[in-house]
Design a protein around this ligand. Sequence first.
Ligand code: NAG
Ligand code: NAG
Length: 354
Amino acid sequence: MLYLLAGLLLSAPTVLAEPRNLKDWSTPIVLDRSGGFQIGGVIKQSPTDPARTLSCDHGYMEYFIPWEPRRTSVVLWHSSSTQVWQNRWDGGQGFKDMFLRRNYPVYLWDGPRVGRANWACEPTSYRPEYRDQDNFAAWNFGPSFGNWWPGVQFPADDPAAWQQATSARYQEFDTYDNVQLHARVAAVAADSGKVGKNIVYMTNSAAGLRAQLTATRSNTTNIKGIFAFESIGFVFPDNVNITDTRGGFGPVVVPLEEFKKLAKVTTIQFFWGDHRAANEAGVVQSRLAAQLINQYGGNAQVVMLADDPSLKGSTHVAFADLHNAKVAGLLDQILNRNGLDSYEGSSDDWWWRK
Ligand SMILES: *[C@@H]1O[C@H](CO)[C@@H](O)[C@H](O)[C@H]1NC(C)=O
Ligand SMILES: *[C@@H]1O[C@H](CO)[C@@H](O)[C@H](O)[C@H]1NC(C)=O
């Protein structure tokens, strides 16, 4: 601990930053209701006593419904923890409040065994590892621990912000079986109608793979969008000579007929932050996945955020970065372009739908 703090102080400016003004909004959040529910679990019978059961492996959905909601439900799907969607790392407004203020119903999802859905059917274990320093580079705050990218949209002068970021973690279970379990349960949630009939997933990191697979498992057209921030892992059809590695980060190969369901999703966006080379494996996979989705009539794009000068400095978690209001503005445009921003009870959306 002492070592860590010393390292941070050495790399930080000697004068601490002025406290930031965190209130950058002018409208209230007006809710009709909020709550949560378990969904998609199983009831296991005890092998020794058939009268005894265990209800387990469900997901947990927390929801916030505005007083005058739009039709699209924004489902915020974390990889590390729900906290990434709740605030910027300096404590400022996160996507949860931003999209509530825009009158979107907002859902916070914890997949089976993770976060508030940790009531597992199988034994799980937590092994502490000294990995704070790995988070720094993995989240693309800089090339190595304590070495910030120039212009990074992270409050690099605020040790408390770094402490928030690195401690906001749950067990993630990046195994093939867990990816499959999450997709199965999320598809049950999507098809249930309890998350609305127009779902846009906003995902981070390993959740992107799970959301793509969910769309191939769903039997309804409720999933209308996937906005994946730095998806680690992509889904491919079984006719393109790509090997399913059976690992936790893809590629996951599905039958072509299931893959084609991704082409039915109104819009799929694969976002990358700064410092992602065109030949980086994940970027290459995202381009191929988008190309295949589009080949079957879909609407998928790869977006390098740094191509827009106002979005430079984006990390692995652009929606929690200091410029997250601008990132949300980009999503506004995409939602609008795809007819996903209409209000319930309005008829103003029919003429611009595809
Ligand atoms: C979709 O239908 C298939 C085939 O009937 C079924 O196996 C699967 O469980 C269904 N998916 C969901 C999410 O209900
Ligand atoms: C499929 O991929 C493997 C491994 O990359 C390669 O050796 C093989 O030639 C490929 N087959 C076809 C038909 O492209």
